[in-house]
Every structure is written in structure tokens, then in C-alpha cells.
Design a protein. Sequence first.
Lengths: 224, 252
Amino acid sequence: MMTPAAFTNLAAFEYADVLWTGLLMTLQISLIGMAGSVVVGLAGAAAITLRVPVLSQAIRMYVEIIRNTPLLVQVFFLFFVAPPLGLTLSAYAVGCISLIAWGGAYNVENFRAGLDAVGPRYQEGARALGFSRFRTFVHVTAPIGVRLSIPGLTNTLISVLKNSALMLGIGLAELTFVVQKLSADTFRTVELYVLLGVVYLVLVLLLSSFMHLIGRRYALAGGV
Amino acid sequence: MDDTSWITETLDLVATGALRTIALAATSVIVSVACGVLLGVLLCLPNGRWSTPARGILTAYLQVFRGLPVLVTLFIVFFVSPSLGVQLASFPAAVVGLSLWGSANVMEVVRGAVRSIPTAQSEAASALGFGWTSVMRWVVLPQAIKRMLPPVVNLIVDLIQATTLASLIGVVEVLQRSRQAVEYYQLSEGDGHATPIFAAVLLLFFLICYPLTLLAKRIERRITTPGRPPSSSLPAAEPAPASTVHADPANR
């Protein structure tokens, strides 16, 4: 029988304030990471689609490097390499930058796939009406292509949220870090880790439902 | 900087870590693919007295381990298992954690690939008197397996990269070794040589993962049927489940 006293004895309530700060930090770096990665992804995909010389090749290289190396190593690289170069980056800054760079590389691919899938008849139609190549991109290709990228984008944004947990490696006090520390201090391991798992599952569910709503709201009427 | 003996010392140290990484990656890939394919096929069982609840359990397994960050899965396996009476050392715990995540993803790939085979195929086979097992064995899987290959190769790339997370539960793999090296030189020489050491680790992973990524792309191009538009890498915008699962490599 769960009495009120037993209920308030749960670690989730006893350490609510510490856990809350951890959750806020997770949300904060995840949101910055997601927003930044969308911007990077859009800019990169635009440069590749518009075939901007040099820049598009550089972006392709950036995408391949990020996608084919582990995020945790990228994080350590950034964290330990900056000081000798005369920059001191806090764990928070490294967390945000690496999530933006990582998610950005995947989003370049997501948006590029979406933009590629826009049928040539749309571009041809716009060019025939006298749109320049750039304006065709801005007013025709991008609005359609970005909508087509939403499923891939959703996966990447979810991954950015989940990967915010890796920042524990550089000592950033996000949710996983807080839980690990609390369980080491209090030995209430099972409770705390079950709670941690549930919180991440709920966050992922919320994010994917939100993206699903966005996908529905901006669905294309006729298909492409 | 004039003394370069640290290079050979670090290489020795990091090489032992690299072997550990390879062992971890190989074990996890084998277990993930074997369990994932088996469970994924079970997920495609037709409705039945016991297959419906079994499918429910498998779906829950899939959702949970694809939804959790891999790191959290590793922590749960490593830190929670002793409380449940199973003491796992860090290496086996890493294998279990990575395989839980990997097999859930393989299941999703298998399910997507099996669903992408037109139902007329299995219906025709059933009409010829094939049972469910035979339909799967002789008709559906031989076609589905081709579509599974690109996402599975991408998943192997992700698994190889995810082995670095095992350093956070104390597996002495390549990243852990290189961190030890950096720490050691930081203390003994005042210069950790962090830049070249971590750059070398990045390069090592790139050299292993990039060829696999290219392989996945090449297989995908080859199996893209002429009737389908070349934009098949587009995630889920078209009802082609094989490309839907391909959109997943980011999902870890």
C-alpha cells in the first residue's frame, strides 16, 4: 500500500530540486542544439543545392567528417583542444557547439534529401515565369523541400535531445550527470535510473508528437 | 615539442585500447544483428493466440530501447544490474547495453523491410499452400534482405561509434586510453598533446566508418529499382518503408 509518506520518500520528490536543475540544463542545451542544427542544416543544404563553389564542397566534407566520427570524441576534441589554442570553452559552450555541429551535419543531409526530392517541374515552372535561380530556390524549392524533410529532421532532433546526455563526459551538470551523482551519493540506484529512463522516454515522445503535429500542419496538399 | 618519444608511447597505449574497441564493436554488432533479425521476424507474426501479446512485448522493447539514449541504457545495465542480483563487469555490461539498443534498431529495419514487400507476394505463396515459416523463408525474406542491407550497414557504423560511450562506464577502450594518455602527459610534461591524440582517434574512426558509409550508399543505389525515382533516400515522404528505415541512422 502506497501511503502518502512512502510517496514523498521517493527519490524523485526528495531530490526534486537537484533533478529539476539537471532537467532544465538538458532542455536548455538540447533546445539550443536543435535550433542551431536546423539553422546550420538549412544553410548547408541551401549552399549545396545552389551549388555555391568551394562552400558546397567544404560543407560536404564537414558532413562526412561529423557523421563518420563519434560525437563523444568530437566533444573531447573540442573540450581539450581549445585551451592550447588560447580559447577557454566552458563545458556548457562545448556542449552547445558540439550538439549544433553534430545535428547540423545530419540536418544538412535531411534538408538536402528533401530539396532534391522537389520535382523539376516546379523549378522549371518558376524559371519560365522569370524567377532567378536564387529566387526559385527561396520561393519554390525551399518551401516544398523543407516540408518533405520533416520526417528526417524529426529523427535528428530526437537524437540531439538524446545525445545531450553525452555532455556528462565533460562534467556538464545535465540530467544524466545529476542522476549519476545522486545515485553514487544516496545508493538509490534503481529508483533514480528508472526515473531517468522514464523522463527521457517522455521527452522523446513529446518531441516526436510535436514534430508530428508540425508535419501535419504543413503537410503538402497534393504531394510532389 | 622537441622530444617525440611520447608519440610511440601513446601509440602503444592507444593500440591496446583500439583492440578493446574492436572486440566490443564486433561482439555488439554480431549480437545486435542476430537478435534483431530474429525478434524483427517474430514482430511480423500474423495475429494469433500467443503471437499478439508477444508482438506487444516486442513492440514495447523496440520503443523503449530506441527511445532511450544509448548512454542511459548503458548506465542502467551497468549500475542497476547489481541491485537486481546480476553483477556485470564493464565490458559485458557494454555489450549488453549496446546490443539492447542495436537489436531494437535492427528489429525496426527488419519490420520496415518485410512490410515493404507487397502483400501479394505472401498471399500468392499462402495460396500455394506455404505456411507462415515457409512464406518468410522462401518468399519474403529473400526479397526483404536486400532492402535491409543499407540501413543495417549504417547501423553498424553507429554501433562502432557508440562503443566510445563504453568509456563512460569504465571500459578501457580507445577513447579511455587516449584520455589517460592526455592526462598522463599533462601531469608529467605539462603538455597533454590533446590535439594530436584526439585528432588521431577521430581519424581512426573516420577510416573505419567512412568506407562502410560509402558501402551502404553503393548498395542502396544498386537496389534502387529503375521504376523508383532516384530520390529514394528521402525519409518517409513517400510510402517506401525501406527508405523510411534508412532515415534512421541519426537515431541513436
